[in-house]
Design a protein around this ligand. Structure first.
Ligand code: MTE
Length: 323
């Protein structure tokens, strides 16, 4: 019998099961089915997804106060978005990113200080990395709202291993797509396009760092960053760059888009930290999207609840200065 030991950061099964089962009907896309293995469809998916992922998270963890991590309803997570390439309103991307923007086929380039540079078709990359797993993670935006999302995808560490960084590689620079003809926001100087993000190499190889190719048991919708989107659950949501076309391994720390736009407000690290306020608002609490009028606020946790897992990455670093 195969027994899987639960990781200490995993959220409880009760949070994930209903959504995953409910989502089994909507699988259309070749990429996702292929990644899960041939022949899966419709109602067969939920058990198959379990098999493919090695099972859903199975028990609450002491790092999480009981009862405060209900999965965000899928319709909210996929219609309340930040994706400035498709407008600055929360409800812009769901419309504008689905008006003919093509996210398949899609190629991602691995470049820089690595032994194996090259371009990968996303489907081939997923197959090469061994398929799709599930992670239920808290998602905390720097704007002080939060969700809990069941992502599907693969650990970023697997992609890093494939690239084989040289000793000179210390950081990853992620670059999003740049296509003003499809993305109306990129026809305006809202941000310095394309959107760029960065991680330290040791952050990127931490077991929590994840590349999402799906959510709620389905391919990731365009508005959430199809077909490849970074998920770093202990950091503010803006680190989770959407629709990545290039990952460059660098010796020097890259400048990310929001740091470039407003360095006094947004830094490189962007670790969730309730004790360091944004210059214009408090970060001590967060509005739970879908949480309702009375239960909709909750205290923000250090490193978004993942302190036990990631604090060691920042030993000796002044988190107030390195915000
Ligand atoms: N990635 C790109 N390419 N463009 C963006 O505007 N917004 C970021 C991040 N990734 C953004 C992006 C911000 S501010 C947040 S909070 C999250 O995406 C939002 O992800 P969600 O819409 O899936 O909740």
């Amino acid at each position: 019998m195969h027994i899987r030991i639960r990781k200490d950061w995993e959220l409880p099964e009760s949070a994930a099961t209903d959504e995953a089962v409910a989502c089994s009907a909507g699988l259309g896309r070749r990429r996702f089915l292929r990644a899960l293995g041939a022949g899966l469809a419709g109602a067969a998916l939920a058990p198959a997804l379990r098999a493919a992922t090695g099972g859903f998270p199975s028990a609450p963890d002491a790092a999480y106060p009981a009862g405060d991590f209900k999965i965000t309803p899928e319709n909210l997570a996929t219609s309340y978005n930040n994706f400035y390439e498709f407008g600055t309103g929360k409800d812009d991307p769901v419309v504008a990113a689905n008006r003919g923007w093509k996210t398949e086929p899609w190629t991602i380039e691995l470049a820089g200080e690595i032994e194996h540079p090259g371009r990968w078709d996303v489907n081939d990359l997923i197959a090469k990395l061994g398929g799709i797993g599930q992670r239920v993670y808290r998602h905390r935006c720097v704007e002080a709202w939060s969700m809990v999302i069941p992502w599907n995808g693969f650990p970023l560490a697997k992609l890093v291993a494939l690239a084989a960084p040289r000793a000179s590689a210390k950081f990853l620079k992620f670059v999003a797509f740049n296509d003003p003809s499809s993305a109306p926001g990129q026809r305006e100087p809202i941000l310095d396009w394309p959107y760029v993000e960065g991680l330290r190499l040791d952050e990127a190889t931490h077991e929590l760092a994840f590349i999402a190719t799906g959510m709620y048991g389905k391919p990731i919708p365009n508005q959430n960053g199809a077909p490849l989107r970074l998920v770093v659950p202990w950091k503010y949501g803006f680190k989770g760059i959407k629709s990545i076309v290039r990952i460059e391994f660098t010796a020097r720390q890259p400048r990310n888009t929001w740091q470039q736009m407003a360095p006094q407000e947004y830094g490189f690290y962007a670790n969730v930290n309730p004790t360091v306020d944004h210059p214009r608002w408090s970060q001590a609490s967060e509005r739970v999207i879908g949480g309702g009028f009375f239960s909709g606020k909750q205290p923000t946790l250090m490193f978004n609840g993942y302190e036990k897992q990631v604090a060691a990455l920042y030993a000796g670093l002044d988190l107030r200065r390195n915000y």
